[in-house]
Design a protein around this ligand. Structure first.
Ligand code: SF4
Length: 446
């Protein structure tokens, strides 16, 4: 039973020391009751109170981890409905499904291609997370053979899919020292599958035709000692998938309904149509899947999904940043110009990619603007002449160039006069407003 804010307050030190970031213990207690902070933020809670507060401190959606070697895919631990309320923590794992009646050659080609696929997006390598192996042949040997074939081509985590206990046992036996998802337990097989989850210490995928049955099933499974579960509420249509995913998230986060407080698995690949698969997968990323199983592997489908996922699961209060410093583009010489920008990743990569693509050499000075874009940082007072001059000096750019030319982004042309005062021995130029116009500016003006 979840504790109220007042009940939690009585278990806190009540010293109002503010170290948790809140002015009083009561304010912290209220946030803890609302699942908007973690108990660990207060360093002074006694061990006895920690035990009593464990239920309230536990996230409303249980953290479930699939593991294989050095790879881990975590889902759950979310505490809000909307990312602007706080942030989403664990990016949904995106898996590619193969079937055990496919030829081994087909399985290995699909798995090895998908395993190697990576997208470099604003300096980060985005990749797929693992593979789902589904039984369709209907016999344990085929399933175990398919598992072995996947393991020969990838070391990433695995979801095993069968509702037959003998087939699932064969799949589990083919794996060594890892934590796959055992999918799936239903109203007919849950006792046998619960035994497997306990034996292999692996999370259990649970499926049911409606939320009431699903909640009953998770309670029964939990009473047999399985804590880690992943929910499949059905909902293979766009509307029903959205409704069920939202209901589960709301019940878990707003009502603290523990029977549905687990990550959800989604199967957009069941659509049987690549266009619909893409739309369903995008919807599942936004609301509110923890694991997503695709049938199609193609860069056209996967690239936008990986980028969308990255954007949704970036903390809105912490913009993606690059390290401030001086970056060399196309092997610049001492006579080449110094371009200035901020350390917001998208701004940096827009500028760097345009200049790099043009083949023109330049020094790119990235200033610390707390991860904001040029105009936002200027408006917030984080990108001004003083900061730019400080960066020029702290990164010793004068030692790298013989011709002291610095190019301001066109959006902050207003800074040119002040920058001349800050850097009197530098030639200050105002560049274009948009990164795309930099190459022609560099060719024609510099
Ligand atoms: S850190 Fe702990 S003791 Fe200090 S104000 Fe916060 S809740 Fe109270």
């Amino acid at each position: 039973m979840a504790l109220s804010g007042i009940q939690i307050y009585k278990l806190l030190p009540q010293t109002n020391c503010k170290e948790c970031g809140f002015p009083t213990c009561l304010a912290f207690a209220m946030k803890l009751a609302a699942k908007q902070v973690e108990l660990a933020a207060c360093p002074y809670v006694t061990e006895t109170s920690k035990v009593q507060l464990a239920e309230s401190a536990a996230p409303p959606i249980r953290l479930v981890t699939l593991k294989a070697g050095n790879f881990e895919v975590k889902a759950g631990n979310e505490v809000v409905l909307f990312r602007h309320d706080k942030t989403f923590y664990n990016r949904p794992g995106i898996f590619i499904r193969i079937y055990d009646d496919q030829s081994l050659a087909d399985i290995q080609v699909k798995v090895s291609t998908a395993d190697a696929y990576a997208v470099n997006y604003v300096g980060m390598d985005l990749t797929l997370d693992g593979f789902a192996i589904a039984s369709r042949a209907g016999n344990p040997q085929s399933f175990a053979t398919a598992v072995n074939a996947v393991r020969q081509s990838s070391h990433k985590p695995i979801i095993l899919m069968s509702r037959n206990v003998d087939i699932m046992t064969a799949g589990l036996s083919a794996l060594n020292n890892e934590t796959p998802l055992i999918y799936g337990a239903d109203a007919t097989n849950w006792e046998a599958f619960t035994g497997l989850a306990n034996q292999y210490k692996a999370p259990l995928g649970v499926l049911a035709p409606d939320l009431d049955t699903l909640a009953d099933l998770t309670e029964k499974i939990k009473s047999k000692g399985v804590d880690d579960m992943v929910l499949d509420p059905g909902g293979r249509e766009l509307g029903s998938g959205l409704a069920l995913g939202t209901q589960i998230r709301r019940l878990a986060v707003k009502k603290n309904f523990r029977a549905l407080g687990y990550p959800v698995i989604s199967f957009p690949g069941d659509a049987g149509d690549v266009g619909l698969e893409a739309i369903r997968a995008a919807q599942a990323l936004a609301k509110y899947a923890g694991y997503i199983v695709l049938d199609t592997f193609s860069p056209d489908l996967v690239y936008p999904l990986l980028v969308l996922r990255q954007n949704i699961y970036t903390d809105p209060q912490k913009p993606i940043q690059v390290q401030p410093g001086i970056y060399e583009i196309n092997a610049p010489q001492p006579t080449d110009p110094v371009l200035v920008t901020t350390n917001f990743s998208i701004t940096y990569f827009s500028v760097a990619n345009e200049v790099e693509g043009s083949g023109l050499p330049a020094w790119l000075l990235v200033t610390d603007a707390e991860g904001m874009s040029v105009l936002t940082a200027w408006a917030a007072g984080k990108f001004d002449a003083e900061r730019i001059a400080k960066a020029v000096k702290s990164f010793n750019i004068a030692d790298k160039v013989s011709r002291k030319r610095i190019v301001l982004p066109g959006h902050v042309a207003v800074l040119s006069g002040e920058l001349e005062s800050e850097l009197p021995d530098w030639e200050i130029r105002v560049g274009p407003r948009e990164a795309v116009d930099l190459p022609s500016f560099m060719k024609q003006v510099l």
